[in-house]
Design a protein around this ligand. Structure first.
Ligand SMILES: Nc1ncnc2c1ncn2[C@@H]1O[C@H](COP(=O)(O)OP(=O)(O)OP(=O)(O)O)[C@@H](O)[C@H]1O
Ligand SMILES: [Mg+2]
Length: 569
Protein backbone atom coordinates (compact mmCIF):
# COMPACT_ATOMS: atom_id res chain seq x y z
CA UNK A 1 0.00 0.00 0.00
CA UNK A 2 1.94 3.05 -1.20
CA UNK A 3 1.14 6.74 -1.35
CA UNK A 4 2.56 10.13 -0.51
CA UNK A 5 2.80 12.67 2.24
CA UNK A 6 0.28 15.46 1.67
CA UNK A 7 0.65 17.39 4.92
CA UNK A 8 3.10 17.76 7.80
CA UNK A 9 2.49 19.33 11.21
CA UNK A 10 5.32 18.40 13.56
CA UNK A 11 5.11 14.65 14.17
CA UNK A 12 1.56 14.52 12.75
CA UNK A 13 1.67 13.58 9.08
CA UNK A 14 -1.20 13.38 6.59
CA UNK A 15 -0.86 10.73 3.88
CA UNK A 16 -3.09 9.95 0.90
CA UNK A 17 -3.44 6.26 1.75
CA UNK A 18 -6.99 4.98 1.97
CA UNK A 19 -7.04 1.28 2.77
CA UNK A 20 -5.51 1.56 6.21
CA UNK A 21 -6.98 0.58 9.57
CA UNK A 22 -6.72 2.52 12.81
CA UNK A 23 -3.34 1.93 14.52
CA UNK A 24 -1.81 0.35 11.40
CA UNK A 25 1.89 1.01 11.02
CA UNK A 26 3.00 3.36 8.25
CA UNK A 27 6.55 4.14 7.11
CA UNK A 28 6.82 7.75 5.95
CA UNK A 29 9.41 9.67 3.95
CA UNK A 30 12.59 8.61 2.19
CA UNK A 31 14.03 7.67 5.58
CA UNK A 32 11.06 5.32 6.34
CA UNK A 33 10.21 6.78 9.73
CA UNK A 34 7.85 4.65 11.80
CA UNK A 35 4.38 5.92 12.58
CA UNK A 36 0.90 4.75 13.55
CA UNK A 37 -2.45 5.70 12.03
CA UNK A 38 -4.33 7.72 14.63
CA UNK A 39 -7.20 9.06 12.51
CA UNK A 40 -8.85 7.99 9.27
CA UNK A 41 -10.77 10.14 6.85
CA UNK A 42 -12.38 9.22 3.54
CA UNK A 43 -9.41 10.01 1.34
CA UNK A 44 -6.55 10.40 3.78
CA UNK A 45 -5.03 9.11 6.99
CA UNK A 46 -3.36 10.97 9.84
CA UNK A 47 -0.19 9.30 11.05
CA UNK A 48 1.58 9.91 14.34
CA UNK A 49 5.30 9.49 13.65
CA UNK A 50 7.46 8.22 16.50
CA UNK A 51 10.72 9.67 15.27
CA UNK A 52 12.17 13.08 14.56
CA UNK A 53 10.38 14.51 11.51
CA UNK A 54 12.81 17.35 10.75
CA UNK A 55 13.64 17.53 7.03
CA UNK A 56 10.55 15.61 5.94
CA UNK A 57 8.84 17.12 2.87
CA UNK A 58 5.39 16.93 1.27
CA UNK A 59 5.40 14.56 -1.68
CA UNK A 60 7.79 12.04 -0.11
CA UNK A 61 6.57 8.44 -0.20
CA UNK A 62 4.48 6.74 2.49
CA UNK A 63 3.94 3.02 2.83
CA UNK A 64 1.27 1.25 4.86
CA UNK A 65 2.40 -2.05 6.36
CA UNK A 66 -1.09 -3.41 7.00
CA UNK A 67 -0.18 -4.45 10.56
CA UNK A 68 -0.32 -2.58 13.85
CA UNK A 69 2.75 -1.60 15.89
CA UNK A 70 4.17 -4.87 17.18
CA UNK A 71 7.02 -6.10 19.33
CA UNK A 72 9.13 -9.12 18.57
CA UNK A 73 8.98 -11.75 21.28
CA UNK A 74 11.39 -14.62 21.73
CA UNK A 75 14.51 -15.69 23.64
CA UNK A 76 17.18 -13.02 24.10
CA UNK A 77 15.19 -10.07 25.45
CA UNK A 78 16.60 -10.25 28.97
CA UNK A 79 19.48 -7.91 29.68
CA UNK A 80 18.64 -5.72 26.67
CA UNK A 81 18.07 -1.98 26.45
CA UNK A 82 15.46 -0.88 23.93
CA UNK A 83 14.01 2.40 22.78
CA UNK A 84 10.24 3.01 22.79
CA UNK A 85 9.84 1.09 19.51
CA UNK A 86 11.83 -1.93 20.71
CA UNK A 87 14.99 -1.09 18.79
CA UNK A 88 17.98 -2.41 20.75
CA UNK A 89 20.17 0.55 21.66
CA UNK A 90 23.47 -1.26 22.01
CA UNK A 91 23.54 -2.76 18.46
CA UNK A 92 22.23 0.57 17.12
CA UNK A 93 25.09 2.42 18.78
CA UNK A 94 27.54 -0.01 17.24
CA UNK A 95 25.96 0.51 13.82
CA UNK A 96 25.30 4.27 13.91
CA UNK A 97 27.20 5.81 16.79
CA UNK A 98 25.62 7.54 19.79
CA UNK A 99 23.06 9.58 17.79
CA UNK A 100 20.43 7.40 16.21
CA UNK A 101 19.06 8.59 12.90
CA UNK A 102 15.40 8.14 11.95
CA UNK A 103 14.17 5.02 10.24
CA UNK A 104 16.91 2.85 11.77
CA UNK A 105 16.03 -0.81 11.61
CA UNK A 106 17.81 -3.33 13.74
CA UNK A 107 16.10 -6.53 14.83
CA UNK A 108 15.13 -6.58 18.49
CA UNK A 109 16.53 -10.08 18.78
CA UNK A 110 19.71 -11.59 17.48
CA UNK A 111 18.27 -14.16 15.11
CA UNK A 112 21.52 -15.99 14.42
CA UNK A 113 22.13 -16.84 18.09
CA UNK A 114 21.99 -20.52 18.97
CA UNK A 115 19.79 -21.87 21.76
CA UNK A 116 19.49 -25.32 23.27
CA UNK A 117 15.83 -26.31 22.98
CA UNK A 118 14.26 -28.96 25.21
CA UNK A 119 10.93 -30.13 23.76
CA UNK A 120 7.98 -30.80 26.07
CA UNK A 121 5.76 -32.32 23.36
CA UNK A 122 6.18 -35.14 20.88
CA UNK A 123 5.29 -35.43 17.21
CA UNK A 124 1.77 -36.79 16.83
CA UNK A 125 0.45 -35.06 19.97
CA UNK A 126 -2.54 -32.77 19.71
CA UNK A 127 -1.83 -29.33 21.08
CA UNK A 128 -3.87 -26.24 21.72
CA UNK A 129 -2.93 -22.63 21.04
CA UNK A 130 -0.90 -21.37 23.99
CA UNK A 131 0.40 -24.81 24.97
CA UNK A 132 4.09 -24.97 25.95
CA UNK A 133 6.13 -26.60 23.16
CA UNK A 134 9.41 -26.64 25.05
CA UNK A 135 11.95 -24.32 26.56
CA UNK A 136 15.43 -22.85 26.25
CA UNK A 137 17.52 -21.49 29.10
CA UNK A 138 17.86 -17.72 28.99
CA UNK A 139 20.21 -16.17 31.57
CA UNK A 140 19.24 -18.76 34.16
CA UNK A 141 15.50 -18.54 33.46
CA UNK A 142 13.38 -21.18 31.82
CA UNK A 143 12.16 -19.45 28.68
CA UNK A 144 9.14 -21.41 27.51
CA UNK A 145 8.11 -21.23 23.89
CA UNK A 146 4.38 -21.58 23.35
CA UNK A 147 2.43 -22.68 20.28
CA UNK A 148 0.68 -19.76 18.63
CA UNK A 149 -1.79 -22.12 16.96
CA UNK A 150 -3.37 -25.43 17.84
CA UNK A 151 -3.38 -28.67 15.86
CA UNK A 152 -1.62 -32.01 15.55
CA UNK A 153 2.13 -31.73 15.99
CA UNK A 154 3.96 -33.12 12.94
CA UNK A 155 7.54 -32.21 13.86
CA UNK A 156 9.34 -30.54 16.75
CA UNK A 157 13.03 -29.65 16.99
CA UNK A 158 15.31 -30.91 19.76
CA UNK A 159 18.69 -29.51 20.77
CA UNK A 160 20.30 -26.62 18.97
CA UNK A 161 17.96 -24.10 17.33
CA UNK A 162 18.30 -20.62 15.86
CA UNK A 163 15.58 -18.00 15.88
CA UNK A 164 15.35 -17.63 12.10
CA UNK A 165 14.46 -21.27 11.48
CA UNK A 166 11.10 -22.97 12.12
CA UNK A 167 10.91 -24.89 15.36
CA UNK A 168 8.56 -27.50 13.98
CA UNK A 169 5.27 -27.81 12.17
CA UNK A 170 1.64 -28.73 12.59
CA UNK A 171 -0.19 -31.20 10.39
CA UNK A 172 -2.01 -28.61 8.36
CA UNK A 173 1.26 -27.36 6.89
CA UNK A 174 1.60 -24.68 9.48
CA UNK A 175 5.09 -23.86 10.70
CA UNK A 176 5.86 -23.19 14.34
CA UNK A 177 8.42 -20.49 15.09
CA UNK A 178 10.50 -19.66 18.13
CA UNK A 179 9.74 -15.97 17.56
CA UNK A 180 6.51 -14.11 17.06
CA UNK A 181 5.27 -10.55 16.78
CA UNK A 182 2.53 -9.22 19.02
CA UNK A 183 0.61 -5.92 18.65
CA UNK A 184 1.58 -3.75 21.58
CA UNK A 185 -1.87 -2.33 22.24
CA UNK A 186 -3.54 -5.73 22.51
CA UNK A 187 -3.30 -7.41 25.93
CA UNK A 188 -1.95 -10.95 25.68
CA UNK A 189 -4.52 -13.60 26.52
CA UNK A 190 -4.61 -15.78 29.63
CA UNK A 191 -6.96 -18.41 30.97
CA UNK A 192 -8.25 -16.51 34.02
CA UNK A 193 -7.30 -13.79 36.42
CA UNK A 194 -6.43 -14.74 40.00
CA UNK A 195 -6.69 -12.49 43.00
CA UNK A 196 -3.29 -11.07 43.95
CA UNK A 197 -2.68 -12.85 47.24
CA UNK A 198 1.09 -13.09 47.52
CA UNK A 199 3.19 -10.15 48.68
CA UNK A 200 5.81 -8.46 46.59
CA UNK A 201 8.68 -8.00 49.01
CA UNK A 202 10.41 -4.74 48.13
CA UNK A 203 13.01 -4.54 50.90
CA UNK A 204 11.67 -1.08 51.80
CA UNK A 205 10.47 -1.22 55.43
CA UNK A 206 7.68 1.33 55.15
CA UNK A 207 6.31 -0.39 52.05
CA UNK A 208 6.52 -4.00 53.22
CA UNK A 209 5.37 -3.27 56.75
CA UNK A 210 2.76 -0.53 56.44
CA UNK A 211 1.69 -0.42 52.79
CA UNK A 212 2.54 -3.80 51.29
CA UNK A 213 2.35 -4.47 47.58
CA UNK A 214 0.99 -7.64 46.04
CA UNK A 215 2.32 -9.67 43.14
CA UNK A 216 -0.05 -8.88 40.32
CA UNK A 217 -1.17 -5.65 41.96
CA UNK A 218 -0.76 -2.04 40.92
CA UNK A 219 0.81 0.81 42.87
CA UNK A 220 1.44 4.46 42.18
CA UNK A 221 4.03 6.76 43.72
CA UNK A 222 2.91 10.32 43.18
CA UNK A 223 5.33 12.97 44.38
CA UNK A 224 6.42 16.50 43.61
CA UNK A 225 9.78 17.53 42.26
CA UNK A 226 12.74 15.88 44.01
CA UNK A 227 10.73 13.75 46.43
CA UNK A 228 12.64 10.60 45.55
CA UNK A 229 10.42 8.88 42.95
CA UNK A 230 13.26 7.82 40.71
CA UNK A 231 15.46 6.61 43.57
CA UNK A 232 12.57 4.64 45.08
CA UNK A 233 11.66 2.99 41.76
CA UNK A 234 15.27 2.09 41.10
CA UNK A 235 15.79 0.78 44.63
CA UNK A 236 12.74 -1.45 44.21
CA UNK A 237 14.00 -2.58 40.78
CA UNK A 238 17.23 -3.65 42.49
CA UNK A 239 15.90 -5.36 45.58
CA UNK A 240 12.36 -6.62 44.96
CA UNK A 241 11.84 -10.35 45.31
CA UNK A 242 10.76 -10.96 41.74
CA UNK A 243 11.86 -12.99 38.73
CA UNK A 244 12.00 -10.36 36.00
CA UNK A 245 12.00 -6.56 35.98
CA UNK A 246 10.92 -4.40 33.04
CA UNK A 247 11.95 -0.80 33.68
CA UNK A 248 10.66 2.03 31.51
CA UNK A 249 12.39 5.39 31.73
CA UNK A 250 9.59 7.47 30.31
CA UNK A 251 10.52 11.07 29.58
CA UNK A 252 12.91 11.43 32.53
CA UNK A 253 16.54 12.55 32.50
CA UNK A 254 18.96 10.64 30.30
CA UNK A 255 21.81 10.76 32.81
CA UNK A 256 19.64 9.03 35.47
CA UNK A 257 19.09 6.22 33.00
CA UNK A 258 22.82 6.03 32.28
CA UNK A 259 23.53 5.77 36.02
CA UNK A 260 20.93 3.03 36.39
CA UNK A 261 22.46 1.01 33.57
CA UNK A 262 25.95 1.43 34.95
CA UNK A 263 24.84 0.37 38.40
CA UNK A 264 22.78 -2.59 37.21
CA UNK A 265 25.70 -3.91 35.21
CA UNK A 266 27.78 -4.29 38.38
CA UNK A 267 25.16 -5.24 40.99
CA UNK A 268 23.83 -8.67 41.91
CA UNK A 269 20.29 -9.70 42.77
CA UNK A 270 20.20 -10.05 46.60
CA UNK A 271 17.76 -12.98 46.37
CA UNK A 272 19.54 -15.12 43.79
CA UNK A 273 23.03 -13.57 43.62
CA UNK A 274 22.83 -13.48 39.83
CA UNK A 275 23.85 -10.31 37.94
CA UNK A 276 20.98 -7.85 38.19
CA UNK A 277 20.99 -6.99 34.50
CA UNK A 278 20.29 -10.66 33.66
CA UNK A 279 16.77 -10.33 35.05
CA UNK A 280 16.13 -6.86 33.65
CA UNK A 281 14.79 -5.38 30.42
CA UNK A 282 15.15 -1.62 30.09
CA UNK A 283 13.03 0.52 27.79
CA UNK A 284 14.57 3.96 27.53
CA UNK A 285 12.64 6.89 26.23
CA UNK A 286 14.36 9.67 28.06
CA UNK A 287 13.56 13.37 27.76
CA UNK A 288 16.03 13.79 24.89
CA UNK A 289 14.30 11.16 22.71
CA UNK A 290 11.24 11.80 20.46
CA UNK A 291 8.17 12.66 22.51
CA UNK A 292 5.69 10.69 20.45
CA UNK A 293 7.51 7.39 20.97
CA UNK A 294 6.98 7.92 24.68
CA UNK A 295 3.31 7.23 24.22
CA UNK A 296 4.12 3.88 22.63
CA UNK A 297 7.00 2.99 24.97
CA UNK A 298 4.89 1.85 27.91
CA UNK A 299 2.90 -0.46 25.64
CA UNK A 300 6.08 -1.88 24.13
CA UNK A 301 7.39 -2.58 27.61
CA UNK A 302 4.21 -4.02 29.07
CA UNK A 303 3.86 -6.43 26.14
CA UNK A 304 7.33 -7.80 26.84
CA UNK A 305 6.40 -8.04 30.52
CA UNK A 306 3.24 -10.01 29.66
CA UNK A 307 5.29 -12.32 27.46
CA UNK A 308 7.44 -13.39 30.43
CA UNK A 309 4.36 -13.56 32.67
CA UNK A 310 2.90 -16.07 30.21
CA UNK A 311 5.81 -18.40 30.98
CA UNK A 312 4.76 -18.47 34.64
CA UNK A 313 7.28 -15.89 35.88
CA UNK A 314 6.61 -13.07 38.32
CA UNK A 315 7.30 -9.87 36.45
CA UNK A 316 7.62 -6.36 37.84
CA UNK A 317 6.86 -3.47 35.53
CA UNK A 318 8.21 -0.09 36.65
CA UNK A 319 7.57 3.18 34.83
CA UNK A 320 9.12 6.54 35.67
CA UNK A 321 7.10 8.64 35.11
CA UNK A 322 3.55 8.11 33.97
CA UNK A 323 2.97 11.88 33.93
CA UNK A 324 5.43 12.20 31.05
CA UNK A 325 3.47 9.55 29.17
CA UNK A 326 0.23 11.46 29.80
CA UNK A 327 1.91 14.65 28.57
CA UNK A 328 2.90 12.89 25.35
CA UNK A 329 -0.70 11.75 24.99
CA UNK A 330 -1.80 15.36 25.47
CA UNK A 331 0.61 16.56 22.81
CA UNK A 332 -0.66 14.04 20.30
CA UNK A 333 -4.28 14.80 21.13
CA UNK A 334 -3.68 18.54 20.78
CA UNK A 335 -2.03 18.19 17.42
CA UNK A 336 -5.05 16.18 16.27
CA UNK A 337 -7.25 19.07 17.43
CA UNK A 338 -9.31 16.79 19.67
CA UNK A 339 -11.64 18.32 22.23
CA UNK A 340 -9.52 18.89 25.37
CA UNK A 341 -10.65 17.71 28.79
CA UNK A 342 -9.34 18.82 32.17
CA UNK A 343 -6.00 20.69 32.01
CA UNK A 344 -5.82 20.03 28.27
CA UNK A 345 -5.51 16.25 28.65
CA UNK A 346 -7.72 14.30 26.24
CA UNK A 347 -11.10 13.31 27.60
CA UNK A 348 -10.15 9.63 27.30
CA UNK A 349 -7.13 9.97 29.63
CA UNK A 350 -8.77 8.12 32.54
CA UNK A 351 -10.11 5.26 30.42
CA UNK A 352 -6.76 4.89 28.62
CA UNK A 353 -4.95 4.73 31.95
CA UNK A 354 -7.44 2.29 33.40
CA UNK A 355 -7.23 -0.07 30.44
CA UNK A 356 -3.44 0.11 30.61
CA UNK A 357 -3.38 -0.71 34.33
CA UNK A 358 -5.80 -3.58 33.70
CA UNK A 359 -2.89 -5.36 32.06
CA UNK A 360 -1.41 -6.00 35.50
CA UNK A 361 -2.58 -9.04 37.41
CA UNK A 362 -1.90 -12.51 38.69
CA UNK A 363 -3.13 -14.96 36.07
CA UNK A 364 -3.45 -18.58 35.13
CA UNK A 365 -1.73 -18.65 31.76
CA UNK A 366 -2.94 -20.42 28.63
CA UNK A 367 -0.32 -23.07 29.38
CA UNK A 368 -1.86 -23.63 32.84
CA UNK A 369 0.87 -21.96 34.90
CA UNK A 370 0.58 -19.13 37.38
CA UNK A 371 2.31 -15.89 36.50
CA UNK A 372 2.00 -12.34 37.63
CA UNK A 373 2.61 -8.85 36.36
CA UNK A 374 2.93 -6.16 39.00
CA UNK A 375 2.92 -2.49 38.05
CA UNK A 376 4.62 0.28 39.99
CA UNK A 377 4.20 3.65 38.37
CA UNK A 378 5.54 6.99 39.49
CA UNK A 379 3.52 10.11 38.87
CA UNK A 380 4.93 13.64 38.97
CA UNK A 381 2.04 16.01 39.61
CA UNK A 382 3.05 19.56 38.66
CA UNK A 383 3.63 21.62 41.80
CA UNK A 384 2.93 18.54 43.94
CA UNK A 385 -0.81 19.05 43.42
CA UNK A 386 -2.48 15.66 43.84
CA UNK A 387 -5.82 16.86 42.53
CA UNK A 388 -4.47 17.07 38.99
CA UNK A 389 -6.03 14.69 36.40
CA UNK A 390 -3.24 12.09 36.03
CA UNK A 391 -2.91 11.42 39.78
CA UNK A 392 -6.69 11.34 40.14
CA UNK A 393 -7.12 8.96 37.21
CA UNK A 394 -4.43 6.64 38.64
CA UNK A 395 -5.98 6.79 42.10
CA UNK A 396 -9.20 5.28 40.85
CA UNK A 397 -7.47 2.18 39.52
CA UNK A 398 -4.34 1.62 41.58
CA UNK A 399 -4.37 -0.89 44.41
CA UNK A 400 -1.78 1.00 46.43
CA UNK A 401 -1.16 4.72 46.67
CA UNK A 402 2.16 5.69 48.24
CA UNK A 403 2.22 9.43 48.50
CA UNK A 404 5.64 11.04 48.49
CA UNK A 405 5.67 14.07 50.71
CA UNK A 406 7.61 17.21 49.83
CA UNK A 407 7.92 18.23 53.50
CA UNK A 408 9.52 14.88 54.40
CA UNK A 409 11.88 15.13 51.43
CA UNK A 410 12.90 18.61 52.57
CA UNK A 411 13.73 17.16 55.97
CA UNK A 412 15.77 14.52 54.13
CA UNK A 413 13.50 11.78 55.43
CA UNK A 414 13.69 9.14 52.67
CA UNK A 415 11.77 7.28 51.32
CA UNK A 416 9.49 10.29 51.75
CA UNK A 417 6.31 8.16 51.86
CA UNK A 418 3.67 9.88 53.95
CA UNK A 419 2.49 7.34 56.55
CA UNK A 420 -0.92 8.92 57.06
CA UNK A 421 -2.05 9.71 53.55
CA UNK A 422 -0.90 6.56 51.77
CA UNK A 423 -2.96 3.41 51.49
CA UNK A 424 -2.76 -0.13 50.20
CA UNK A 425 -5.75 -2.29 49.41
CA UNK A 426 -3.56 -5.35 49.89
CA UNK A 427 -2.78 -4.46 53.50
CA UNK A 428 -4.80 -7.06 55.35
CA UNK A 429 -4.18 -10.00 53.06
CA UNK A 430 -0.44 -9.34 52.97
CA UNK A 431 -0.11 -8.75 56.72
CA UNK A 432 -1.75 -12.15 57.24
CA UNK A 433 0.68 -13.68 54.79
CA UNK A 434 3.71 -12.14 56.54
CA UNK A 435 2.34 -13.30 59.89
CA UNK A 436 2.27 -16.89 58.56
CA UNK A 437 5.57 -16.77 56.69
CA UNK A 438 7.72 -14.54 58.90
CA UNK A 439 6.32 -14.26 62.42
CA UNK A 440 2.82 -14.19 63.98
CA UNK A 441 3.91 -10.97 65.77
CA UNK A 442 3.75 -9.12 62.41
CA UNK A 443 0.07 -8.09 62.74
CA UNK A 444 0.33 -6.85 66.34
CA UNK A 445 3.53 -4.98 65.64
CA UNK A 446 1.86 -3.14 62.77
CA UNK A 447 -0.96 -2.09 65.08
CA UNK A 448 1.51 -0.88 67.70
CA UNK A 449 3.57 1.00 65.14
CA UNK A 450 0.55 2.78 63.69
CA UNK A 451 -0.81 3.60 67.12
CA UNK A 452 2.49 5.19 68.11
CA UNK A 453 2.62 7.32 64.98
CA UNK A 454 -0.98 8.43 65.40
CA UNK A 455 -0.53 9.31 69.06
CA UNK A 456 2.60 11.25 68.21
CA UNK A 457 0.68 13.21 65.60
CA UNK A 458 -2.03 14.21 68.07
CA UNK A 459 0.55 15.11 70.73
CA UNK A 460 2.60 17.14 68.29
CA UNK A 461 0.07 19.97 68.26
CA UNK A 462 0.05 20.15 72.05
CA UNK A 463 3.85 20.02 72.10
CA UNK A 464 4.02 22.93 69.69
CA UNK A 465 2.08 25.04 72.18
CA UNK A 466 3.53 23.96 75.51
CA UNK A 467 6.90 22.63 74.29
CA UNK A 468 8.02 18.99 74.64
CA UNK A 469 9.30 19.70 78.14
CA UNK A 470 5.79 20.72 79.18
CA UNK A 471 4.35 17.30 78.32
CA UNK A 472 3.77 14.56 80.84
CA UNK A 473 6.50 11.95 81.11
CA UNK A 474 4.34 9.24 79.49
CA UNK A 475 3.71 11.49 76.49
CA UNK A 476 7.35 12.50 76.24
CA UNK A 477 8.29 8.84 76.21
CA UNK A 478 5.79 8.21 73.44
CA UNK A 479 7.23 11.11 71.41
CA UNK A 480 10.71 9.71 71.91
CA UNK A 481 9.68 6.20 70.80
CA UNK A 482 7.76 7.51 67.78
CA UNK A 483 10.78 9.55 66.76
CA UNK A 484 12.80 6.34 66.81
CA UNK A 485 10.16 4.67 64.63
CA UNK A 486 10.42 7.48 62.10
CA UNK A 487 14.16 7.86 62.08
CA UNK A 488 15.37 4.32 62.56
CA UNK A 489 12.56 2.32 61.02
CA UNK A 490 10.61 4.27 58.42
CA UNK A 491 13.53 6.11 56.90
CA UNK A 492 15.95 4.10 54.85
CA UNK A 493 18.94 5.48 53.02
CA UNK A 494 19.18 4.15 49.47
CA UNK A 495 22.93 4.69 49.39
CA UNK A 496 23.92 2.53 52.35
CA UNK A 497 23.70 -1.17 53.12
CA UNK A 498 20.40 -0.41 54.84
CA UNK A 499 18.81 0.16 51.39
CA UNK A 500 17.55 -3.43 51.47
CA UNK A 501 15.77 -4.86 54.50
CA UNK A 502 14.35 -8.40 54.25
CA UNK A 503 11.06 -8.98 56.14
CA UNK A 504 12.63 -10.74 59.17
CA UNK A 505 15.04 -7.85 59.75
CA UNK A 506 12.21 -5.36 59.27
CA UNK A 507 10.22 -7.08 61.99
CA UNK A 508 13.20 -7.38 64.33
CA UNK A 509 13.87 -3.66 63.99
CA UNK A 510 10.34 -2.54 64.83
CA UNK A 511 10.02 -5.16 67.58
CA UNK A 512 13.12 -3.77 69.26
CA UNK A 513 11.64 -0.25 69.33
CA UNK A 514 8.20 -1.40 70.49
CA UNK A 515 9.71 -3.55 73.23
CA UNK A 516 11.90 -0.66 74.38
CA UNK A 517 8.77 1.49 74.55
CA UNK A 518 6.80 -1.03 76.58
CA UNK A 519 9.66 -1.72 78.97
CA UNK A 520 10.19 2.03 79.49
CA UNK A 521 6.47 2.55 80.01
CA UNK A 522 6.49 -0.13 82.72
CA UNK A 523 9.48 1.40 84.48
CA UNK A 524 7.82 4.78 84.33
CA UNK A 525 4.74 3.36 86.03
CA UNK A 526 6.95 1.84 88.68
CA UNK A 527 8.09 5.35 89.53
CA UNK A 528 11.41 5.69 87.71
CA UNK A 529 12.16 9.07 86.15
CA UNK A 530 11.95 9.37 82.38
CA UNK A 531 15.33 11.06 82.09
CA UNK A 532 16.91 8.19 84.02
CA UNK A 533 15.32 5.64 81.70
CA UNK A 534 16.38 7.49 78.57
CA UNK A 535 19.85 8.09 79.96
CA UNK A 536 20.14 4.38 80.61
CA UNK A 537 19.17 3.70 77.03
CA UNK A 538 21.55 6.30 75.69
CA UNK A 539 24.34 4.89 77.84
CA UNK A 540 23.56 1.40 76.58
CA UNK A 541 23.46 2.67 73.02
CA UNK A 542 26.76 4.49 73.27
CA UNK A 543 28.44 1.47 74.86
CA UNK A 544 27.05 -0.77 72.14
CA UNK A 545 28.13 1.84 69.59
CA UNK A 546 31.59 1.75 71.08
CA UNK A 547 31.60 -2.02 70.84
CA UNK A 548 30.33 -1.74 67.30
CA UNK A 549 33.05 0.83 66.62
CA UNK A 550 35.66 -1.59 67.90
CA UNK A 551 34.23 -4.33 65.75
CA UNK A 552 34.23 -1.93 62.81
CA UNK A 553 37.84 -0.93 63.33
CA UNK A 554 38.89 -4.56 63.46
CA UNK A 555 36.80 -5.10 60.31
CA UNK A 556 38.58 -2.14 58.72
CA UNK A 557 41.88 -3.82 59.50
CA UNK A 558 40.66 -6.95 57.74
CA UNK A 559 39.44 -4.87 54.83
CA UNK A 560 42.79 -3.22 54.49
CA UNK A 561 44.37 -6.61 54.21
CA UNK A 562 41.92 -7.57 51.51
CA UNK A 563 42.27 -4.55 49.31
CA UNK A 564 40.56 -6.11 46.36
CA UNK A 565 37.21 -6.18 48.20
CA UNK A 566 34.68 -3.61 46.99
CA UNK A 567 33.70 -0.81 49.36
CA UNK A 568 30.04 -0.54 50.37
CA UNK A 569 28.31 2.45 48.80
N1 LIG B 1 15.94 6.58 49.69
C1 LIG B 1 16.77 7.64 49.60
N2 LIG B 1 17.89 7.69 50.34
C2 LIG B 1 18.72 8.74 50.28
N3 LIG B 1 18.54 9.78 49.50
C3 LIG B 1 17.46 9.82 48.73
C4 LIG B 1 16.51 8.74 48.74
N4 LIG B 1 15.52 9.04 47.88
C5 LIG B 1 15.84 10.25 47.35
N5 LIG B 1 16.98 10.72 47.85
C6 LIG B 1 17.61 12.02 47.53
O1 LIG B 1 16.67 12.86 46.88
C7 LIG B 1 17.17 13.28 45.62
C8 LIG B 1 16.06 13.37 44.61
O2 LIG B 1 15.55 12.08 44.35
P1 LIG B 1 14.92 11.68 42.95
O3 LIG B 1 15.78 12.09 41.83
O4 LIG B 1 14.56 10.22 43.04
O5 LIG B 1 13.61 12.56 42.99
P2 LIG B 1 12.45 12.58 41.91
O6 LIG B 1 11.18 12.60 42.67
O7 LIG B 1 12.64 11.50 40.93
O8 LIG B 1 12.71 13.99 41.25
P3 LIG B 1 12.12 14.52 39.86
O9 LIG B 1 10.74 14.97 40.15
O10 LIG B 1 13.03 15.66 39.56
O11 LIG B 1 12.22 13.41 38.90
C9 LIG B 1 18.24 12.27 45.26
O12 LIG B 1 19.25 12.82 44.48
C10 LIG B 1 18.78 11.85 46.61
O13 LIG B 1 19.78 12.73 47.05
MG1 LIG C 1 12.82 11.49 38.88
Amino acid sequence: MSGHIIGICGPTITVDLTELKLYDMVLVGEGELTGEVVRLEEDRAIVQVYEDTRGLAVGEPARGLGVPLTVRLGPGLLGSIFDGLQRPLEPLREAQGPFISGGATVSALETGAKWDFTPLKKAGEKIEAGAPLGFVEEKGFQHTIHAMEGGKLARLAKGEITLDEPLGSLDKDCELHPLHDWPVRKPRPYRRKLSPNRPLVTGQRIVDFLYPLARGGTAIFPGGFGTGKTILEQTIAKFAEIDIVVYVGCGERGNEMAELLEEFASLRDPWTDKPLMDRTIVVANTSNMPVAAREASIYTAVTMAEYYRDMGHNVLFLADSLSRWAEALREISTSLEEMPGEEGYPTYLASRLASFMERAGAVETLGGEEGSLTMILSVSPPGGDFTEPVTQACLRTAGAFLMLDTALAHRRHFPAINWFQSYSLYERAMARHFAEEVDPKWVDMRKECRKMLQREESLREVAEIVGVEGLQDADRLLMKAAERVRQEFLSQNAYTEDAFSPPDKTLAKIAEIVEFFHAAEKRLKEGELLDEILKGKNARESSSEQAEGKKQSSRDEEDKQDETEEKPQ
